[in-house]
Design a binder for this molecule. Structure first.
Ligand code: SAM
Length: 656
């Protein structure tokens, strides 16, 4: 595809005049007069001057996909030619894609997840090693670039919040956590400690991931014959079963919990919620809980680790990896005692160990944005010190980049750690070029409908969900029509079940406080528009399955545009409600969260489209199961982001 076509596909408003100007300038660019990046900046500035209420063109039925969404990246350009690299924590090979496209050659990959290794080998013909902590640098081949998206082993643990599963280190005080009573509760205190504690690794039936925690961390557990109790991890035996609340209550919070579990089930991440299909040899259902057998319990001693905990309101418990655990008192009481070194866990230490021993020319690592501010900057300070002590020059502050800044329709901010061996480094590292994000549109990654029908059965909206969305669409259209009189949709979450509630909104009735505030706003909104909302609510309640999370609505699309409709926007079914966004870019893919639905197509993104959101080419062989694909791409890196960073290292930090 030529550059003009790429720019056309990236343009939010396909304005012929603008394209003509660009084509003219691109001709000049080809002769070296104007850089393509400047053109994109100019075009973005031009697009911004267009009327903000001008309607977007409908999403075409057939969209030609360009696997080169970033116009500044030419495939013929191979700055990594002749370089070898290793791919630590390789997943399905986002780094591998990026570096080989730039001309590099992979000499070693490593991932502990067997399904990732399978996909990696099928695509690249290279069998990854299993465990980074076991890699012996004396036996490793030499290489030029160390790549790795290092996880924090104990960090990374999935915690069930009111907006779905989140990695433990990204949970904030705004989240609420599902407790053992089946309700979501406030977090009173986020806790973290780094040191060399003895850890337990528990494997539990039906879970992909092991659970790693401190020896004393209490779990809600029982044997088949006994009543449940709290027991420290070190005392758990394979006779025991750990619990997960299911179908416990009918109040708003429990419905949210069930919705999360339903989604987990649909993705094959949870065994069952009703007991009917539990594998009786490893699980059973009793008293509102599904109980899963502990399969092994091992101890790991003496490594530097960061461990996380929460203090949770009322019920003093929360759920990790589909398993109830208690607030860890031992943790809470230890507070900020001395003797803990301040870094982020063993797996970064393994990257640092390999870097120090092997002394490659460059490194490029990726991590969650949170790394930057983690522990008030102390974690980053330790990582930075480790790089400089190993003989590398790197930026004093980690760089943050998201695919949407390169024209790929996904918002996914991640930190990039880029380094160069001191003997190759310039006296002062050049700053990264400022980016002028081009307009994005989800259209640029959509497949045509016929291909989706073949590639991804099961992505279409159900009849019930369509009926529910049609109801909400009536409301959107009503308020859009009033928009000319300055009436907007509320920015607070709309909880239709509460609109005509009559119970008093005192703190005792509605605790916590934020909830009382939402409820008051909701009731006021309803009263202000009762002429329309009264009959609408009656129709909505008569609509099948218009309950729980689906009776809640979060409008995050801002002021109305003239042709706004749910059937032209993006939405997600979240435990907190149906969230609506503009069709510019998808929220970040994460391993366990809800895949976005494209209104115009009346379906969610299929695995191939999710691969495109991570800028994997269409030649990439996907895993056979959709749920595995969604998870693997959610964990992966965006290929264009890595290419952009690697290009910067090789052409700006250290021109070769
Ligand atoms: C954030 S993902 C990295 C994804 C990868 N960069 C990609 O593009 O797909 C982290 C990976 O680390 C792997 N992992 C965790 N602990 C590991 C260990 N001790 N050794 C090797 N891999 C490990 C996980 O299985 C996971 O695939």
């Amino acid at each position: 595809m030529d550059k003009a076509t790429i720019l056309k596909s990236k343009s939010k408003v396909a304005d012929d005049a603008a394209i003509a100007i660009l084509e003219n300038k691109i001709a000049n660019a080809a002769t070296g007069l104007v850089k393509i990046n400047e053109l994109i900046t100019q075009f973005a500035a031009y697009a911004a001057t267009l009327s903000p209420t001008k309607a977007e063109p409908p999403i075409a039925n057939t969209v030609v996909w360009s696997p080169v969404p970033f116009a500044g990246t030419a495939t013929s350009d191979k700055p990594a030619a002749g370089l070898t690299f290793i791919d630590l924590f390789c997943g399905i090979g986002g780094f591998h894609q990026a570096l080989t496209q730039l001309g590099g050659r992979c000499v070693l990959a490593c991932d502990i997840d067997a399904k990732c290794r399978e996909v990696y080998e099928a695509n690249y013909g290279l069998k990854p090693e299993v465990d980074v902590t076991k890699l012996d640098t004396a036996k490793m081949p030499d290489f030029d670039v160390l790549c790795g998206g290092f996880p924090c082993f104990v960090a990374g643990t999935q915690v069930l919040t009111d907006s779905g599963y989140k990695a433990i280190e990204t949970v904030s005080l705004e989240d609420r956590l599902l407790t053992h009573t089946g309700s979501f509760q406030r977090i009173l205190n986020l806790q973290r400690k780094t040191g060399t504690p003895s850890l337990r690794t528990l494997r539990v039936a039906g879970r992909t991931n092991p659970i790693q925690c401190t020896e004393e961390h209490p779990f809600y557990t029982r044997t088949k014959g006994d009543a449940p109790s709290w027991q420290p991890a070190r005392e758990m035996t394979t006779e025991q079963y750990v619990g997960m609340p299911v179908n416990v209550k009918t109040d708003e919070a429990a419905v949210g919990a069930l919705e999360v579990q339903r989604q987990q089930l649909a993705q094959g991440l949870l065994c069952a919620v009703d007991g009917a299909s539990l594998d009786a040899s490893v699980a059973f259902f009793d008293g509102g809980y599904a109980w899963f057998k502990v399969e092994s319990n091992e101890t790991t001693v003496g490594k530097l680790q960061t461990v996380y905990n929460f203090e949770v309101d009322h019920d003093n418990s929360y759920c990790v990896e589909n398993t109830i655990v208690h607030n860890c008192q031992a943790f809470s009481h230890s507070g900020k005692q001395g003797g803990f070194e301040d870094t982020r866990g063993t797996l970064f230490r393994d990257c640092a160990r390999i870097l120090k021993d092997k002394q490659p020319k460059y490194f490029l690592m990726e991590n969650v944005k949170n790394l930057k501010g983690h522990d008030e900057g102390r974690t980053w300070a330790t990582i930075y010190r480790s790089f400089t002590e190993s003989g590398y020059t790197t930026y004093e502050h980690p760089v943050v980049l998201s695919p949407h800044q390169l024209g790929v329709p996904q918002h996914r901010e991640r930190v990039l750690l880029m380094g160069i061996r001191n003997d190759l480094a310039p006296p002062v590292l050049p700053e990264m070029d400022p980016l002028s994000p081009p307009p994005c549109n989800i259209r640029s990654i959509l497949m045509d409908d016929a291909a989706v029908a073949v590639a991804a059965a099961g992505t279409a909206l159900t009849a019930d969900d369509t009926g529910i969305l049609d109801r909400w669409e009536e409301m959107v259209q009503h308020f859009k029509a009033l928009g000319t009189r300055g009436v907007k949709l509320p920015t607070f979450p709309m909880w239709s079940e509460e609109w005509d509630g009559a119970y008093p909104l005192t703190k005792e009735e509605t605790k916590p406080e934020w909830k009382a505030k939402f409820l008051t706003q909701n009731r006021e909104f309803y009263r202000a528009h009762i002429a329309f909302l009264g009959p609408w609510l009656a129709r909505a309640r008569a609509t099948p399955k218009f309950v729980g999370a689906k009776s809640k609505f979060e409008w995050q699309a801002g002021a109305f545009l003239s042709d706004d409709s749910l059937w032209r926007l993006l939405f997600q079914f979240r435990p907190s409600g149906i969230r609506v966004k503009r069709a510019t870019y998808s929220p970040a893919l994460v391993a366990l969260a809800q895949i976005v639905y494209v209104g115009e197509k009346r379906r969610k993104l299929c695995p191939r489209e999710v691969a495109r959101l991570q800028s994997f080419p269409d030649s990439f062989k996907l895993p056979a199961t959709a749920s595995v694909a969604y998870k693997q791409f959610g964990n992966s890196v965006n290929v264009e982001v890595i290419k952009y960073a690697m290009r910067h290292i090789l052409t700006k930090m250290a021109p070769r």
